[in-house]
Design a protein around this ligand. Structure first.
Ligand code: NCD
Ligand code: ZN
Length: 345
């Protein structure tokens, strides 16, 4: 097969930032994706309905003329989140989900949740009104090894939470372990999981063997190859509980290539080429549309996009820029480590 037409994809986990960075990275996503769940981890975070409305307006103002893209906004859950403000923003159609960051888990998560008991009433309200919770599923306990943080989160936070509130709709985001895949596959109730492009293509060896590669550092951190294989099997399985959330997360090169480099992989530009490559390697090109364009909308109760995109497989490798320029500095594009032959035409 050398030509593939899919419904336009959506990205169910995306960082667009703000200001000059937003202006530079938004077209990279909007070129291929019709909608995206927009992460609220700005500084300061998007906490209230008014914050989300203002951020949505800044995104739409930054969208180049003629591009068709709808941001699906999220609120950043804090221990002070007002359940009534949240419910009003949901009722107004302004927010699609609420994001739980354990405090300190990742970039700009200092305002996140320290004690999940403190957000019990907000979570109860979400279950009542059917507002989904997107979860960064890692514990931050210093004693827990960084490679074990996802599994420990599932066992000690997620499972007890879902036991207490079985009606809550949960998306376990950017799954990096076979434990996460097993949990989402087997759990009862309303649960789904997103998988990033980069976690399908790299494991921790790519990041650490032969020199440390800061542009592969993200959170949750890439795990060993057996976990990567489990992610690839899940993404290409056709199980509607698993769909794409790129977690494309731009940081400028000086912020990545530093003594204490930021977590985040920027993959918006070449994600569709990368995914076609992975799905072809797995003999599953027929499953790509479900993963990128059908299962996410079904999960969020939205219709799939009517428009389509077409991918073609070329005989020679597709040139992608090594970096994109932004008003804040260069941002390095995810390097899949292989030539890519599939291109959106
Ligand atoms: C994200 C960022 O840079 O905002 N970084 C990352 O490594 N994924 C935050 C996040 O989603 O964890
Ligand atoms: Zn993210």
């Amino acid at each position: 097969m050398t030509r593939l037409t899919l419904r336009r994809p959506d990205d169910w986990h995306l960082h667009l930032r703000d200001g000059a960075m937003l202006e530079a990275v938004l077209p990279e996503t909007a070129r291929h994706f019709a909608r995206a769940i927009i992460m609220p981890n700005l500084v300061p975070p998007v906490v209230t309905g008014a914050d989300a409305a203002a951020y949505r307006d800044r995104i739409l103002a930054a969208l180049p003329e003629g591009m068709d893209f709808a941001p699906l906004m999220t609120l950043y859950l804090t221990e002070d989140t007002d359940p009534e403000d949240m419910a009003a923003a949901h009722a107004a159609g302004l927010v699609t989900a609420v994001k739980l960051y354990p405090a300190g888990a990742t970039t700009n998560s200092a305002s996140g949740v320290r004690d999940i008991a403190k957000v019990a009433s907000v979570l109860g309200k979400m279950a009542e009104i059917g507002l989904p919770l997107c979860i960064h599923g890692e514990v931050t306990t210093p004693e827990v090894d960084i490679f074990d943080r996802e599994k420990v989160f599932i066992d000690t936070v997620l499972e007890p939470l879902r036991h207490r509130l079985p009606e809550l709709k949960v998306t376990l985001e950017h799954i990096t372990t076979s434990d996460g895949i097993e949990y989402v596959t087997e759990a009862q109730g309303d649960i789904a999981g997103t998988i990033t492009t980069h976690h399908l293509m790299i494991n921790r060896n790519h990041m650490l063997v032969g020199g440390i590669r800061p542009h592969y550092y993200c959170l949750p951190v890439a795990k060993r190859s057996t976990h990567q294989q489990a992610l690839r099997r899940a993404a290409t399985s056709g199980n509607p509980r698993f769909f794409l959330g790129t977690d494309s997360a731009p940081h400028t090169d000086p912020n990545k290539e530093s003594e204490c480099g930021c977590a985040g992989v920027f993959s918006a530009t070449n994600t569709m080429s990368c995914l076609a490559h992975v799905f072809e390697e797995e003999g599953a090109l027929d499953k790509l549309e479900g993963f990128t364009s059908l299962f996410g909308p079904a999960r969020y109760g939205l219709p799939p996009n009517e428009a389509t995109i077409t991918l073609e497989k070329r005989a020679t490798a597709i040139p992608y820029p090594e970096k994109i320029d932004t008003g804040e500095g260069p941002v390095t594009l995810f390097d899949p480590g292989h030539p890519l032959y599939w291109v959106v035409v």
